[in-house]
Design a protein around this ligand. Structure first.
Ligand SMILES: [Mg+2]
Length: 250
């Protein structure tokens, strides 16, 4: 593959259908809560849970950027606090949060799923070049997703922000993956769905960045944001893009 010796991939919303998996598990959890509290505002329960969860996980990634491996988060406790808050807002009782958290955890585990093309693309890719995972998130949850979906053995390196002590777009997380795989930034491509975390981060270390934009709407780039070297709508288009890179001197 010419100049490209390694491809790094993001996990959530790139290989793993995070939104789909959360949606399914949360729908079931909301139904479970409604058995206990028939009058509960189902929409509010789901919305507040998601909002609180996003806030807390983003805060955790920000803490990693400051404290490195000193950042600490108990993922089960986070879920429980989010559900407690959501239950209050939706007209339930916060004391139900531990039970709901347990049920939701079972539902998440039962509904892990990749995007349909992800595993095949990975299997093919790793025959052609080095493949690494570069993911923000808690170690336990990200590793559970990899294992349950059967892709944990397909990477030459797995770098997760909580374990690395760096969080995308920080350079350190990409440098760790480059070091673990043993390749240079200039011969590596980062693939991800987030312009800020995946593309900006890749550019900071001198890697090429491919933006995965699954919606048919063209991605919008703000002033001053880095431009990806290519935009693809599906992982199936990645091989073609890599061939183009290999033929081009940059
Ligand atoms: Mg992502």
């Amino acid at each position: 593959m010419g100049l490209i010796r390694a491809v790094f991939l993001d996990l959530d919303e790139t290989l793993y259908d995070e939104r789909g998996s959360v949606h399914q598990a949360l729908e079931n959890a909301v139904a479970f809560a409604a058995e206990r509290f028939p009058q509960i505002d189902r929409a509010a329960l789901a919305a507040v849970y998601l909002e609180e969860g996003n806030k807390r996980w983003e805060a955790f990634e920000a803490e990693i950027r400051v404290k490195g491996k000193g950042a600490q988060l108990d993922p089960l406790r986070v879920r429980e606090m989010c559900f407690a808050q959501a239950l209050v807002c939706a007209g339930g009782a916060p004391s139900f949060a531990p039970e709901l958290t347990r049920y939701y955890g079972e539902q998440r585990s039962a509904h892990h799923r990749l995007f349909p093309e992800a595993k095949k693309v990975l299997e093919k890719l790793r025959k052609q070049c080095f493949v690494a995972l570069v993911s923000n998130g808690g170690s336990a949850y990200q590793r559970e997703k990899l294992k349950t979906t059967g892709i944990d053995g397909l990477f030459h390196a797995i770098v997760i922000s909580e374990e690395a002590g760096y969080s995308k777009p920080q350079k350190g997380i990409f440098e760790r993956a480059l070091h673990d795989v043993g390749v240079l930034a200039c011969e590596t491509v980062m693939v991800g769905d987030n312009i800020e975390k995946d593309i900006l981060g890749a550019k900071l270390v001198g890697m090429r960045g491919v933006l995965l934009s699954r919606s048919s709407d063209k991605p919008k780039f703000m002033n001053g944001q880095p431009r990806p070297d290519a935009v693809i709508e599906s992982l199936n288009d990645l091989a073609k893009t890599l061939t183009l890179f290999a033929g081009k001197r940059t």
